[in-house]
Structures are given as C-alpha cells and as structure tokens.
Design a protein around this ligand. Sequence first.
Ligand SMILES: [Cu+2]
Length: 250
Amino acid sequence: MKKRLQFAVRTATFIGCGAVAASIGCTAKTQAAEASGSITGTIVFEGRAPKMPAVQMAANPECETVHTEPVLHQMLVLDAEQHLANVLVHVVGGLPEGVEYPVPEEPVVMSQKGCMYSPRVFGIRAGQELKFMNPDKFLHNVHALPKVNSEFNRSMNSQRTEISTTFKKPEPVFDIKCDVHSWMQAFCAVFDHPYFAVTAPDGTFAIEGLPAGEYEIEAVHERLGIQRATVTVEASGKAMADFTFKRPGT
Ligand SMILES: [Cu+2]
C-alpha cells in the first residue's frame, strides 16, 4: 500500500509566547508552514530472491478456511521486477527545530483478516489513534512490543472486534505480534512529524509536503536492514531517492 502524505497548514507562531510570556515559561512553537517539496523513489531487491514459503495454517483451521489459496510469508514481498514492498522510508535529519505538526484525526487501521496483518509495516504519529479490526471474529491477541512506549496486550474475539490504542512518544520500528498465531507479525514506527511512507507493491514511495532543505532519510526493511541517504529538496521541488537492497552478507 502506498502511503501518500498530504500536508498543508498555515504558518502561525503561537500568540502569547513573546517577551512577557517567555518570562512565565512559555515555549514558542511554530506550526509547520505549507510546503510542497517531495522525495520520491523506488526500492529494488538485487540478487537472487529466496522463495517465500507458505504459511502453515493447518493447525489453525479457523485461519486456513478464510483463504482459497496458500498464503506466503511476507518477510520479503517482491513484484516480478524485484521491486520491494514494505520498506519504511522516513526523514531522520534536517527538519527545522521547534515545529509542531498537527496529528491526523483519522486513525491508522490495522486488519487481521484471515490471520494476516494488513498493513504489515506502517508508520503512525505519536498520539494518533491505532485501530485494530478483527473481521475474523475468532480469537486473536494483539501484542505490541515497544521499548519507549507502553506495551499493549489485548485479546480480541467475536465480541471484541475493534480496539484502539495510541503510542505517545516517537519510537523506531518495533514488533506487533499475535500470541495465538505465531506467523502474525507487523512492524510499527512512531513519529513526531508526518514525513514517512511505506513502499507500495511496486516498490515506490512518496514523502510529500516538505519545505526546501537538505534531509537525511532512512529506509528500513525488516530483514534486509537499514540504509541512509542525503537528499536536497528545492522549494516545491521533487527530489528522487532510490535504494537497492541485497541479502545481508552478499
Ligand atoms: Cu491471531
């Protein structure tokens, strides 16, 4: 799933944070200015790709019956041209200090249909609602394992088909798993800014709404590691950043 970010708010320094307010401890924060620069790219896997095995659901017929065809493990999701899906790309350096970015009111929605997490890899804003859906209506146990934020561990069943949580602080990628179905695994990162995206099945990503500047970006894949690049974005310009991942040790 391609995640496109749309971001447009007015510049406004909070009124009341002048010299007088400063004396009572007011911290000036500036809301993000409207900006239209972007970083886009395509991520490919180079080399001979291992074949993903089918998920063994036979011991869990409630899962197996949801699917008409075998479901492959998703540690490595490639299309025919070896474009790599499920890479989280995000800005790690170069953003202006002291800027507040409004948190989206709409939640990030995670489905567990057929005992498979969707999305498998995602970013979310600190304070944004994360909603877990259980269309299966049988038992799943959502277990998020952050280190900075609080752990989250809740069961879901036919009575509880929807639950929500929020992560309050920014945090690098951590696991979310199901304690009932061992193959169910997802990866989440929490951000205090909106400049992140996950590659689509065709390996593309787009980070939009950036002001002009030089940025360090990071591409994270659950098995293939982390890569970084420095990218210069002109005002309203479209910068490109492609990555090539290989099997570790090759
Ligand atoms: Cu489950």
